[in-house]
Design a binder for this molecule. Sequence first.
Ligand SMILES: [Zn+2]
Length: 376
Amino acid sequence: MQVELPAVRGFDKEDPSLLGVILSHPHMDHYGLAFRVPKATTFLMGEAAERILAAAAVFTPSGGTFDHVIHLADCQPITLGPFVITPFLMDHSAYDSYAVLVEADGQRLFYTGDLRGHGRKAKLFERLVAHPPAKVDVLLMEGTTIRREGTDSGFPTETDIENELVGLFKATSGMPLVWCSGQNIDRLVSVFRAAKRSGRQFIIDMYTAHILKATGNPHLPQAHWPEIRVFLPQFQKNRIKRNKEFELAKEYSPYRIYPETLANAAQNSVMLFRSSMQMDVEDAGCLKGARVVYSMWEGYLEVESTKPFRDWLDAKGIPLYKCHTSGHASVSDLKRLTSTFSSATVVPVHCAEPEVYAKLFDRVKLHADNAWWTVR
Ligand SMILES: [Zn+2]
């Protein structure tokens, strides 16, 4: 089903009244329609987010490039026509995520983007709670985790996940296969650190190596680090051939690990994995004593399309363990946020349960999708 573009002037055809589109972070549900608006549109996003979207497009059908971009940077106001936009770098499961304060005509709206307070950048959430922008009229706040398990008491931190992973890796005789998003940088750091603490190298696929490079952050695990090896699964090899990205593949060739050495490396490695790599690991014969550590939202595992994967695990006798924490704030953290924005009307976005949301927080006003409304 094709999602319709929202009824905004400038989305279906160029219109000078559309000054720009803010992409708070590089998650599909926040940029998925961006490539369907006119190419002349100006986008506002983080510099690393722009690079990550370009890097993703090499290996996956997602991502892409933009012709006109204004970069968001932490606490650096941008003036766009009558608007002043101030980005706030945020803790989220996507790299380079921002909340934004939008000011115009004496009114102030704060959009949280997607955020959390229990990741590796929890300090950014605490900074916002301690020093929120003053006199905000409207708080557009996400509510993804409402009704999800554990949301009232708070979620495990990334450090909790790292510690749990250490236990799982140490208890695995063969290869731990970790299924997590190649763009969940916080989680990749947790896996890398846990691998290191377990005396194992970390095998990442070339797509993930390319995303890590795109962050531009030398403190994050990178392909050339001695504890990292780069594996090229068949589907990524096919993409490289089809897109003739041979120079890119060459860049990672000094750090490659090849299928014929995976079996011997199994007990000294942790491998990043997804269900599309089933045949790669099976053909490499590296599954003796293996276990899958599923480190994404549990809901994805329940959908019909992952049934062949679950059947495959059963057939091979590979155990699956879940080890994950949400990329989104718990309700208890969201409550802290709404109390700190004490003057603001709270409007739910990114929430499947707006009626429940309205009962959880004070000063909530519901607005329908695609409906225009005035702040005051
Ligand atoms: Zn997100």
